[in-house]
Design a protein around this ligand. Structure first.
Ligand code: BES
Ligand code: ZN
Length: 626
């Protein structure tokens, strides 16, 4: 009889195999780390953990549910009597092992975490088959009716990060428990299915009458928040040998033009950090209710259509999501308290890609805007929320992007300025190889960095202030404020305007997106209405086509109780549902005397049904009933 492998050996085997198979050329991976307790998951991976998920689901657009089975491959400890999964709003119909039916219980429901799904097993069980269906209220899923899409056909998409996958896949939903996966998805034949995995049947295959089945496979073990699906009237345009865009047909050409630099972005990232390990890199442009700018689903970034500005001015979002192919998807925060390790490293890499493609002045401006957001965050957040590594008890969706993105990328740029770019590049390249397909924690990163870079150099250690950056609130004293010469020119223009000069003297049309943002973000806290009229009428701010700049203007106008902005504001809040835009605008409105809350409630009544559940949940907390 074969000796049973220990849990640790089993956990080791899968990631090692995949790292080799994917052709990494650098350093060998480290041993797979022991799991760290994840307060956002009910899983007890030391007892039994999931290694692979096989979905067989049908999309029912009438009932707005996915139904079918999830077959899980599991590894159990020698004394295991149960396995604990995460689930949220799922209806579990039955659970079987390879030996036959077994019992399960669903524990108390927590408002954010869902409930534990505990399944009785014996230590020899290797396979669980769960028959289930999702709820029309599943937190990850948005079902759009035919009237809500550009194509006039229904649409379904998912958003898993941070802890929403459990609302459509019953598994251990913790980023430290990596799982390979496959899926067969049955949809109405007029629709196409894409997922964050290799497409095995690009055109689908025959299924029940009126339906088609699509099959997918992700051979690498991934964190479950990266399992993603979209179903709709989808068209594809190639943008290069490994890249392309998907969207509803009416948008696909504009998207392909806007994202035509993707192949170059990939080459820059690969030169810096080693081969792209996921095969293809495509972008799916979603309907405007997609709650994020972009989501780094492997092989298939999901993106909001609001980044198609027509002039590539917002394609840094694509550079960012592509960068997650290394930081986040390859090396993943083990727990959400270290979300800064996903987002901050990625923001740093995004900057490096942008610098290579669009130049140093461009990124100097972006870093200067980031610096200003960090300062705002430091002045407005509780001290604990300004730490990179979060203390126990923090809300995984309560992190601030100015901290997890901008303070964290400033940390890496500070390291770069101290150890030098070449040494940091060499280190990061080896870091991604050593930790490929593994979870990472702040402590593990710091230990690794000290082993490979600091190497006991006490003077260097002192200059870097690593622990203060990672574990303490605020900004360490070695942080250097960035400077952009272009913004000095903006400041000169701004002084002339605030001294009473006419808006016609502002060289608006010669400015790019970042200069325009700088101008709007540095206006005096309030301006009298005639000055705002001059700005608006001269620069046509209500009609801005770039949503980043429009957002800055709308925020400023609300703060000034500038009513002529209302039609543009209502249009913006009802035509897209990007959380980063709508949540702060509703919040700003709720703080404006009587008119703001009334306006917010009126618009939200119209907009709410069009938003994704993530956006609804966030705005529900802001726009409270009268
Ligand atoms: N992974 C994030 C999106 C996310 C974060 C989803 C936290 C759920 C919880 C994604 O990579 C991201 O950062 N998107 C940004 C892009 C930007 C910073 C360039 C966005 O959506 O705005
Ligand atoms: Zn990100």
């Amino acid at each position: 009889m074969l000796k049973r492998r220990t849990l640790l050996q089993s956990a080791l085997a899968a990631p090692l195999l995949s790292a080799c198979a994917s052709g990494a050329t650098g350093e060998a991976p480290e041993p797979y780390p022991a799991p760290v307790p994840d307060p956002d998951s009910y899983a007890q991976p030391a007892g039994a953990h999931v290694t692979h998920v096989a979905l067989d689901l049908t999309a029912d657009f009438q009932r707005k549910v996915l139904h079918g089975t999830a077959t899980l491959s599991i590894e159990a400890a020698a004394d295991a009597r149960e396995i604990v999964l995460d689930c949220d709003t799922l209806t579990i119909q039955s659970v079987r092992t390879e030996h036959g039916s077994t019992t399960h219980t669903i524990g108390a429901v927590h408002p954010d975490h869902g409930a534990p799904l505990t399944i009785a097993i014996t230590p020899d069980v290797r396979t669980l088959t769960i028959a289930y269906e999702t709820s029309p209220d599943a937190g990850a899923l948005q079902w759009l009716g035919a009237q809500q899409t550009a194509s006039g056909k229904p649409y379904l998409f998912s958003q898993g990060e941070s802890i929403l996958t459990r609302s459509w896949v019953p598994t251990q939903d913790s980023p430290g428990i990596r799982q390979s996966w496959e899926a067969r998805i049955v949809v109405p034949s007029e629709l196409k299915t894409v997922m964050s995995a290799e497409m095995l049947t690009p055109d689908g295959e025959a299924a029940d009458a009126g339906m088609r089945a699509y099959r997918f496979r992700m051979v690498h073990p991934v964190p479950t928040y990266l399992i993603a699906i979209a179903v709709g009237d989808l068209a594809f345009r190639s943008t290069g040998p490994r890249t392309g865009v998907w969207s509803e047909p009416s948008e696909v050409d504009a998207a392909a033009r806007e994202f035509s630099d993707m192949e170059r972005m990939m080459r820059v990232a690969e030169t810096l950090y080693g081969p792209y390990r996921w095969g293809r890199y495509d972008v799916l442009v979603l309907p405007p209710s997609f709650p994020y700018g972009g989501m780094e689903n492997p092989r298939l970034t999901f993106a909001t259509p609001t980044i198609i500005a027509g002039d590539k001015s917002l394609v840094n979002v694509i550079a960012h999501e592509l960068a997650h192919s290394w930081s986040g998807n390859l090396v993943t925060n083990a727990v959400w308290a270290d979300a800064w390790m996903n987002e901050g490293f990625t923001t740093y890499i995004e900057g490096r890609i942008s610098e290579a493609l669009y130049g140093t002045e461009q990124v100097a401006m972006a870093y200067t805007l980031d610096w200003a957001s960090i300062q705002t965050a430091l002045h407005t957040l509780e001290a604990d929320a300004t730490r990179l590594h979060k203390l126990p008890g923090f809300d995984p969706d309560g992190g601030s992007s100015a901290i997890d993105y901008d303070k964290a990328s400033l940390f890496l740029r500070t390291i770069e300025s101290i150890v030098g770019r070449t040494q940091l590049d060499t280190y990061l390249r080896s870091y991604f190889d050593r930790h490929a397909f593994q979870p990472i924690t702040a402590a593990r990163f710091l230990a690794d960095f000290r082993t490979h870079v600091v190497r006991g150099d006490a003077a260097l250690e002192q200059r870097l202030m690593l622990d203060q950056w990672v574990y303490q609130p605020g900004l360490p004293s070695n942080a250097v404020e960035p400077h952009a010469a272009a913004f000095d020119r903006v400041a000169t223009v701004l002084s002339a305007f605030t001294a009473g000069g006419p808006a016609s003297a502002i060289p608006w049309t010669s400015w790019g997106t970042l200069e325009r943002q700088r101008f709007l973000q540095t206006l005096p806290a309030t301006l009298p209405q005639p000055r705002l009229d001059d700005l608006e009428h001269t620069l046509h701010l209500n009609a801005l086509r770039n949503d980043e700049v429009l957002f800055d203007w709308l925020k400023y106008a609300i703060r000034n109780d500038y009513h002529p902005v209302e039609p543009a504001l209502q249009d913006f809040l009802t035509r897209q549902g990007r959380l980063k835009y709508v949540s702060p605008l509703y919040r700003a409105l709720m703080g404006r005397g009587a008119w703001g809350p009334a306006f917010a409630r009126r618009v939200y009544t119209i907009a709410r049904p069009t938003y994704h559940p993530v956006t609804q949940g966030a705005v529900d907390r802001v726009v409270t009933p009268a």
